[in-house]
Design a protein around this ligand. Sequence first.
Ligand code: SF4
Length: 328
Amino acid sequence: MHTIDYLRVDALETAIATLRDDPSSAPLGGGTTLVDLMKCGVAQPSRLVDLTYLPGLDGIEACESALRVGALARMSDVAVHPEVQQRWPAVSEALLRGASQQLRNMATIGGNLMQRTRCGYFRDPTFSECNKRSPGSGCAALEGENRGHAVLGTSDHCIATYPGDFAVALMAFDAIVHILGPDGARSIPIDDFFLLPGDTPEQEHPLSQGELITGVEVPASPAARQSRYLKVRDRVSYEFAAASAAVGLEIADDGTVADARVALGGVATKPWREPAVEAALIGRSAGPELFREAAALAAAGAHPRQHNAYKVELARRTVARALINVPR
Ligand code: SF4
């Protein structure tokens, strides 16, 4: 039997020191990812460091310039916060489309950002080939069942899809992740917080041992205020995205697009910004025709495998529909 120590901490410094000194320990938030992975034998920490009793990390604060959310704020609380719904609707919608109400009540914002891929080969240790779980072992998905896998940002070592929704909205609106660790505090732009698999798919974030997320900051903008998150999936009740899009538009008085934000989920190895689509929108008259034309530029450079080529067209249609649905 695998025994696990449980440590409840009441100071962030204690948590950081414990995690730094014991690489086999793991931080515990809501447990909705980690406990799952422990049950299927993928994660086997020797000690759980329970962060949920730390004071001061569950705040939700919206000021003139930004939304600031503590790492221990619950997904459900952020999703229904009136300021978030009014000024960052895509963030609220992305949270509400993730998981189930029961899971959202438990899951923390920090834990949400650290969730692992849903690749079936990764989550089933009876498959020996998985570079993410066991570096150097191969990738069973390359020639196996890959209908849900990524078409963007892949490598010959891993094609696992980033599974989350919330971070896709964060990517569209240039969020910053705040970190605290043994060497002090630092802030990482959301695009840099997620690493491409390359030849080290086991490294998903640029965090060193003992570093913890303390919060997330999302700048305010007219495009964030006029935003949408659209998630397309096999069943609406509970499922990860086949494709999703977080979009935001600022429309000038003359009807042209002054600012555009577009990010994709469900099709890439990390939340995926689409600068070419944004550039094709800016300065032109807003409308369905323009939105479809610009959306056709999404997923450029995609590398489909045997079962997932449908994701390329699905991603483009998802972006077009999301843009059409932005309130104007
Ligand atoms: Fe493992 Fe990545 Fe291959 Fe899935 S896609 S089997 S996570 S290496």
